[in-house]
Write a protein that binds this ligand. Structure first.
Ligand code: NAP
Ligand code: G4F
Length: 331
């Protein structure tokens, strides 16, 4: 009989944490997750959905309790998903973002070493396409790959780049099994309402049901390489099943503007001209934009056998239909 594997997930209450928990539970893992904050209602809401997860109360900013969390869970695999992940928020709170999204990763890696797990635990770091920055000069025609130069354009991107290089440094310095997934935007029914895709699909659902008249957004011209989060967490897991640690880009290989997303989402409710339903407000614009992101997932396809199953139309449909059902059941 093979022994049950143990995973420790930080950021388990976020979008990817939910998808990853489902995936690992389906594979028979014993799952530990980091829960922060002191409110019982958060614990109850999480436990309702994932009763089988063992929650450990701590915070990426609390070094001693992170060490204790690793000692308690003794994980075979650590998925470090916790971060302040909203780019707009990071401009308003740059120091906090640097501490959590950047230095927090250093704290996790040190906790693994101090807990004596550096030789056994495999570590996944959630790196991001935001590290590339989307400028003309470093943009290869067929998309960013693992060797493309970085030029982050936000406090979030800069913090993630620190985290990315710290993770690589621990791999090189201490021989730790640390893999970084450089993931392009991935969305779905678990996406927070503060991100543009979910903000749009939720508004489209509410407009369809007569609960809302319009949606207020920022810039509509930036382009993103959007995929489905369920596909991307499968890629994270695959990365930690390889003989050697490495870094991989996960992306769809297609790029679409926010206008494209709006058109596809409104088409789901039979509206061809979305303009009357969209307003713009500088509040949702950033001091500087990442104009265009396009990823090249060739390495992940060839080495991991990773192929996404949900395409752009499928993603938009899934999100709009989910939000129509959700908003229909909420009074
Ligand atoms: P998300 O939904 O925003 O979830 C972020 C998670 O981090 C939440 O569980 C949050 O906990 C936790 N967290 C925030 N501050 C923390 C702290 N001080 N201590 C402990 N936990 C803390 O993000 P996601 O979309 O699932 O993304 C997962 C990871 O992948 C993030 O690192 C993100 O930056 C990265 N990433 C995401 C994408 C994407 O398109 N989704 C692409 C590339 C990389 P609370 O619930 O308590 O706030
Ligand atoms: O949905 P977004 O906030 O995602 P963004 O900035 O691309 O970041 C996401 O993907 C990254 C991977 O590339 C992750 F690392 C990161 O954690 C996060 O998950 O914004 C997408 C685009 C931007 O150009 C933004 O300026 O949509 C534009 N936008 C226009 N109106 C808006 C809005 N973004 C948000 N959040 N809200 C708006 O009203």
């Amino acid at each position: 009989m093979t022994e049950q594997k143990r995973a420790f997930i930080t950021g388990i209450t976020g979008q990817d944490g939910g998808h990853l928990t489902e995936l690992l539970h389906g594979k028979g893992y014993e799952i530990y997750g980091l829960l922060r904050g002191q409110r019982n209602t958060r614990r109850e809401a999480f436990t309702d959905e994932f009763p089988y997860v063992k929650l450990i109360e701590t915070d990426l900013m609390d070094q001693t309790s992170l060490i204790r969390a690793i000692e308690t869970s003794r994980p075979d695999e650590i998925y470090n998903l916790a971060a302040i992940s909203h780019v707009g928020y990071s401009f308003r709170n740059p120091q906090l973002t640097t501490d959590v999204t950047g230095k927090g990763v250093l704290g996790m890696l040190e906790a693994v070493r101090i807990a004596g797990m550096a030789d056994t635990a495999r570590f996944y770091q959630a790196s991001t396409s935001e590290m590339f920055g989307g400028l003309d000069y470093n943009r290869p025609g067929d998309g960013y790959n693992e060797d493309s130069p970085f030029h982050p354009r936000s406090p979030y991107g800069v913090a993630k780049l620190f985290a990315h290089w710290t993770a690589r440094n621990y791999r090189e310095s201490y021989g730790m099994y640390v893999s970084c997934g450089i993931l392009f935007n991935h969305e779905g029914e678990r996406r927070g309402l503060e991100f543009v895709t979910r903000k749009i699909t939720n508004a489209v659902a509410r407009i369809h049901l007569g609960k809302q008249e319009y949606v207020t957004l920022g810039d509509l011209w930036p382009k993103r390489d959007w995929g489905y989060a369920g596909d991307y967490v499968r890629g994270m897991w695959l990365m930690l099943q390889q003989d050697e640690p490495d870094d991989y880009v996960l992306a769809s290989g297609q790029t679409k503007s926010i206008e494209d997303f709006l058109a596809a989402a409104f088409a789901e409710i039979g509206i061809d001209d979305w303009n009357p339903y969209v307003r713009q407000d500088p509040e949702f614009m950033r001091p500087v934009e990442v104009d265009i992101l396009l990823g090249d997932p060739t390495k992940a396809r060839e080495k991991l056998g990773w192929v996404p199953e949900v395409d752009f139309p499928g993603l938009v449909k899934l999100m709009v239909q989910h939000d129509i059902a959700l908003e229909s059941s909420n009074a």
